[in-house]
Ligand binder design. Structure first.
Ligand code: MN
Length: 233
């Protein structure tokens, strides 16, 4: 008989590309601003700030090709396409030189954001969770391992809404690279195997609506696509 008083929640996981294996997701960490052009479009100075972090629940993950009900409590749902780092070996106070040894693989994700709630939270100096960490707020592609693709330091990253390109950047435009990001984050929390890091978005964030299909791609890494509908039938 189980020692647990209710059934254990399912383990959040992502598929591994071209495999029947899965990567178990422990936590989802996100970098606040990590591309100068996006920092500028949000009204911030890209040069001065060290990276800062927020999180989403592990079960905010949605796999690619999902059809999702448009989220509640927002009329300004934004897309942010991002490189996702999958941590395979945990650690704390990791130095940036050895940080990549902690990475299992990479994927592409969309940090879905209820921008109206986030803007209100900023204004009232309240937490960002309800703008960032809501249900199904983290569509992520299948992951590819470091043994397959290495550590991509550059590559086009773009996002389309329906047929139009909204975001178009390159991984080499990140203010803090993956090693530096891991190093900073691991000073605040001990990273664990299964943690994901969404590493920030290039410029061009904007709203989407029910009826839209989003497609996010990073060259050499993967593709994630989700569609929003008014209500699931
Ligand atoms: Mn983001």
């Amino acid at each position: 008989m189980s020692e647990f008083v209710i059934p254990c929640p399912p383990q959040s996981a992502l598929p591994v590309a071209d495999s029947d294996k899965k990567f178990p997701v422990r936590r989802i960490w996100c970098v606040g601003r990590n591309y100068a052009d996006h920092a500028r479009e949000m009204g911030h100075d890209p040069d001065r700030e060290p990276p800062f972090f927020f999180s989403k629940p592990a079960d905010a993950i949605v796999s690619s090709n999902s059809v999702l009900a448009f989220p509640s409590m927002t009329s300004n749902l934004h897309h942010e396409v991002e490189l996702v780092v999958a941590i395979g070996v945990g650690g704390k106070e990791i130095n940036s030189e050895s940080a990549l040894e902690h990475v299992w693989g990479y994927g592409v994700g969309i940090d879905m954001t209820r921008r109206d709630l986030q803007a209100q939270a900023k204004k009232l100096q309240r937490p960002w969770e309800m703008g960032k960490g809501f249900d199904q707020s983290a569509p992520v592609s299948a992951l590819r391992s470091v043994s397959e693709i290495g550590h991509p330091a550059e590559g086009r990253i773009w996002l389309k809404v329906n047929d139009s390109i909204r975001q178009d950047g390159n991984l080499n435009m990140q203010i803090w690279n993956v090693g530096e990001t891991i190093s900073h984050l691991s000073a605040f929390v001990e990273l664990g195997a299964g943690d994901l890091i969404m590493t920030g978005t290039p410029a061009g964030v904007g709203p989407c609506s029910a009826g839209d299909t989003l497609e996010g791609v990073i060259e050499g890494i993967g593709r994630v696509t989700v569609s929003y509908v008014d209500e699931l039938s």
